[in-house]
Design a protein around this ligand. Structure first.
Ligand code: NAP
Length: 300
């Protein structure tokens, strides 16, 4: 029996582990893929306080080391269910783990465009991670789709690797911050294709070109070797929907104190309903959720 099981080893989950251990509670972190979560896909973090330039991988490694050094246990298994009882049992495909409190810090996964052959072309021209796969497109032509910070930063990164980058966005204005937009506009090998959507992936074994339809209905083909999809994220709360309340978009409903309606179950990070989803707010959630979980356990 652990004091706290933390589901998800991203910035929110690992920060929760640090706080749990500093409060002398036992803590198990269950991570489905790689510790660090989404942040390991970010080439350079420039907006975390007192760390003006650190790579996502370095950030994740330091945070993981900090949590482990404090005595948190990390197990690489995906939590698929939480059984509710006097205590909680977190179920993975291999094991069951019990705890007095649970923090759900599962973050989010990449949203897909929903095009016909999108899934089959993953690894054959279609990617959701520029820093992971960008190296395969050295001196090639790629497109990035999206208008948020991820898309703009991906396009900026790819402009250093690929020969030509198209940035395709469905409207004129960007969600991304002005700095990223201005930096990308200054690049000689980046072409903005605005008010346009990707409507078809043309492939023969690998991606060959993308069909673009502009908001006026005009259709054209752009030959590309790679397409990087960066159209936002979908919260990963599905497995816990019977235990916690989700909003229409699938985010866990929990206030700034990270409490869910079920006492002893807390939610932290990008899968929580909130206004600002940033590295710093994910870490803040982790601290709050663990502190609240400790209070809950001490009150039992
Ligand atoms: P995001 O900000 O939600 O942006 C998603 C973009 O994709 C939007 O421009 C949206 O268009 C577009 N989009 C959504 N669905 C689409 C579809 N079906 N087809 C075509 N386009 C579609 O997502 P994000 O860029 O992944 O960023 C997520 C959060 O992380 C944000 O809060 C962001 O600021 C943060 N982030 C921060 C940094 C940083 O600070 N360095 C880096 C990366 C991410 P519309 O604008 O028209 O809706």
């Amino acid at each position: 029996m652990y004091d706290i099981i933390i589901i998800g080893g991203g910035p929110a989950g690992l920060t929760a582990a640090v706080y749990a251990r500093r409060a002398e509670k036992t803590a198990l972190v269950l991570e489905a893929l790689a510790a660090g979560g989404q942040i390991i896909k970010t080439p350079l973090i420039e907006n975390y306080p007192a760390a003006p330039a650190i790579s996502g991988v370095d950030f994740a490694e330091k945070l993981l080391r900090q949590a482990k050094d404090l005595g948190a246990e990390i197990v690489y298994e995906k939590a698929v269910d939480i059984k509710d009882g006097k205590t909680f049992t977190v179920v993975t495909p291999k094991n069951e783990y019990s705890a007095k409190a649970v923090i759900i810090a599962t973050g989010s996964e990449s949203r897909k465009l929903g095009l016909e052959n999108e899934d089959e072309l993953i690894g054959r021209g279609v990617s959701y991670c520029a820093t992971c796969d960008g190296g395969f497109f050295r001196k090639k032509t790629v497109a990035v789709v999206g208008g948020g910070n991820t898309a703009l930063e991906d396009a900026l990164y790819l402009s250093e690797v690929a020969e030509k980058v198209y940035l395709i966005h469905r409207r004129e204005g960007f969600r991304a911050d002005e700095t990223s937009v201005a930096r990308l506009r200054a690049k000689g090998n980046v072409e903005f294709v605005l008010n346009s959507r990707v409507t078809k992936l043309v492939a023969e074994k690998r991606l060959q070109s993308i069909e673009i339809t502009d908001n006026g209905g005009a259709v054209r083909d752009i030959p590309v070797n790679g397409l990087f999809v960066a159209v936002g994220r979908v919260p990963e709360n599905r497995n816990f929907a019977k235990l916690i309340k989700l909003d229409e978009a699938g985010y866990a409903v929990a206030a700034e104190n990270c409490h869910t309606e079920r006492a002893g179950v807390f939610v932290a990070g990008d899968n929580r309903q909130k206004e600002v989803r940033q590295l710093v707010t994910a870490a803040a959630d982790g601290a709050v959720a663990a502190t609240e979980a400790v209070k809950y356990i001490n009150s039992l």
